[in-house]
Design a protein around this ligand. Structure first.
Ligand SMILES: N[C@@H](CCC(=O)N[C@@H](CS)C(=O)NCC(=O)O)C(=O)O
Length: 229
C-alpha cells in the first residue's frame, strides 16, 4: 500500500478522534498522531483547522481534512477493500446512521458533564431514548449489525466504550435493556483496532478531564473513575 503521509491531530479523550484512530488501525494504515490541548490550542492548529475542532487529518504535510466522518471515508477509500458499501442507497444509509451516532456522542457528553442534578436526569433521558431507537433499528435491520466491521462500528465503539467505563445506576446504558448493542460491544471491545484506539491510562485521562469541568456529573464520574483507575 503506497499511502500518503497521514498526520492526525488529536485531543486525548475525544470520541470523534477515536473514530478515526479506530479506522486507521483497522485498515493498518501508518499514521502520525499529535496531541493538542483544546483548552489552549497552538497557533498552527488555529491557523489550519477551519472549525477549530479535532480531528484534523493533514495529508502529505499539505492538505487539511476535517470532520471525522469525512476523514474516515477518505481513509477507507485509500485503503482497499473499502468498508463503505458500493450501492448509493447503502452509502447514504451508512452516512445517515453515522450522523445519528454523532448526536448520540453529544448526548453522552451532555450526560457526562451535566452541571446540575436536573440537567443530568434530562441528559440521561435523552441519551436513553437515543440508545433505545438504535436498539430497535438493529433489531429490525440486520445491516446495522453486519458480521463484519463497518464505518458505523467505528463511530459506535467510542460511545459504548465510555458507557462501559462509566457504568452507573443512573446511566442511560443498561446491557440488559439493549441486548443487540451489548452483543455488538462484546464483539467490538475484543478488536485490537478498538482496544488500542485509546491510551492504557484512558480512564485516568477521562477523570482528569472531568475533574477540570465543574458541576454535578463531572464530580461524580471523576470520583468514580479515580476509584477504578
Ligand atoms: N463534527 C465534528 C465534531 C468534532 C468535535 O466536536 N470535536 C471536539 C473535541 S471531542 C472539539 O474539537 N471541540 C472544540 C470546539 O468545539 O471548539 C467531527 O465529527 O469531527
Amino acid at each position: 500500500m503506497n499511502l500518503p503521509h497521514l498526520h492526525l491531530i488529536s485531543f486525548a479523550i475525544c470520541p470523534f478522534v477515536q473514530r478515526s484512530v479506530i479506522t486507521l488501525k483497522y485498515k493498518q494504515a501508518p499514521f502520525e498522531l499529535s496531541l493538542i490541548d483544546l483548552a489552549d490550542p497552538p497557533e498552527w492548529f488555529r491557523a489550519r483547522s477551519p472549525l477549530g475542532k479535532v480531528p484534523v487529518l493533514i495529508v502529505d504535510d499539505d492538505t487539511v481534512l476535517f470532520e471525522s466522518a469525512v476523514i474516515n471515508e477518505y481513509i477507507d477509500a485509500i485503503t482497499p477493500p473499502a468498508l463503505m458499501p458500493v450501492d448509493p442507497l447503502e452509502q447514504a444509509r451508512t452516512r445517515a446512521w453515522i450522523e445519528y451516532l454523532s448526536e448520540q456522542t453529544f448526548a453522552q457528553y451532555h450526560w457526562m458533564t451535566a452541571a446540575t442534578e436536573d440537567a443530568f436526569e434530562l441528559a440521561r433521558h435523552t441519551a436513553a431514548r437515543g440508545l433505545e431507537r438504535l436498539e430497535q433499528q438493529m433489531t429490525r435491520d440486520d445491516r446495522l449489525a453486519t458480521p463484519d466491521f463497518s464505518l458505523i462500528d467505528a463511530t459506535l465503539a467510542p460511545i459504548l466504550m465510555r458507557y462501559a467505563l462509566l457504568a452507573d445506576p443512573d446511566s442511560p446504558w443498561e446491557a440488559e435493556a439493549f441486548p443487540r448493542l451489548a452483543q455488538r460491544w462484546e464483539r467490538l471491545r475484543e478488536m485490537p483496532a478498538v482496544r488500542d484506539s485509546v491510551p492504557a491510562d484512558f480512564a485516568a485521562q477521562l477523570a482528569d478531564y472531568l475533574r477540570k469541568q465543574e458541576g454535578f456529573a463531572p464530580a461524580h464520574f471523576a470520583a468514580k473513575l479515580d476509584g477504578s483507575a
